[in-house]
Write a new protein. Structure first.
Length: 256
């Protein structure tokens, strides 16, 4: 169990930030997630997975996009409420020491990349961060991102803030201009697939955080299965962070 430290904080249109305190949870790795049961009743029945946005001294932060009954129930909780949460779960990102890293996030998929960026910077890694959103009202925690990374690049699909267009376009230009030791990507499935294809000529490993549907979150239901050349992988336990070049992207559908 966890406890909600503060009331939910609205950080963008239909996005809230929750700060949770676990009694005995281990220190999470960037890229791991927590699985939350949003009600003690049967509707909704299935837990909801949320990437860890940040972690500090026992406090977990997650960003929740309000898109259905379950997430809206979370938005109605108040400070001090008990939260039925499991975690941290899954496999996280590979952390490098020094060097240069390119991070590309789209929409709510930016969430797991913040904690990653902070940990990379702490290890002396130069980070180029590309933050993509559909429009300015959907950008969350921009100041925290910008003050954490080495170089911050912003794009919106409609041009309402930053550069007009997709974040993958900025990612393409940065890859043409510089050499990176590792590339990290999270966002909608088409965006991640596109970025993996763009990075095909780079020798740097590409890690993606999968956002396909998670049912149980612990590998029992196989609802998050992803096809790879070496067989089926369950994103919740073999991931959510996976080698982007090993994923057969035509097999991936939906989104978390």
């Amino acid at each position: 169990m966890a406890r909600l430290i503060d009331n939910p904080l609205t950080v963008a249109k239909d996005h809230i930030l929750l700060r949770l305190r676990f009694d005995d949870a281990p220190v999470p790795a960037p890229g791991q997630f927590i699985n939350i049961r949003t009600t003690a009743f049967t509707d909704p029945l299935v837990r909801r997975p949320f990437s860890i946005f940040d972690y500090l001294e026992g406090t977990f932060e997650i960003v929740v996009r309000l898109i259905g009954r379950g997430t809206r129930l979370l938005g109605e909780m108040r400070a001090g409420a008990e939260v039925d949460a499991l975690g941290p779960l899954g496999n996280g990102f590979t952390l490098i020491e020094g060097g240069r890293a390119l991070l590309v996030g789209g929409g709510v998929g930016n969430a797991p990349l913040f904690y990653l960026a902070r940990e990379l910077e702490r290890r002396g890694t130069v980070t180029d961060y590309v933050y993509g959103a559909r429009s300015t009202d959907l950008i969350y925690q921009r100041e925290r991102f910008a003050s954490t990374v080495s170089r911050f690049h912003l794009s919106t699909d409609d041009g309402s803030e930053g550069r007009r267009g997709y974040c993958t376009e900025i990612g393409r230009e940065l890859l043409k201009r510089g050499v990176y030791d590792r590339i990290y990507v999270c966002g909608p499935t088409p965006m991640m697939e596109g970025m993996v294809r763009i990075a095909s000529e780079s020798p740097a490993p590409v890690e993606v955080s999968m956002e396909n549907y998670f049912g149980c979150g612990i590998g029992l239901c196989s609802g998050c299965t992803v096809e790879t050349p070496s067989g089926l992988r369950r994103a919740c336990v073999d991931g959510p962070v996976m080698d982007g070049r090993e994923i057969l992207w035509d097999s991936v559908s939906g989104g978390r």
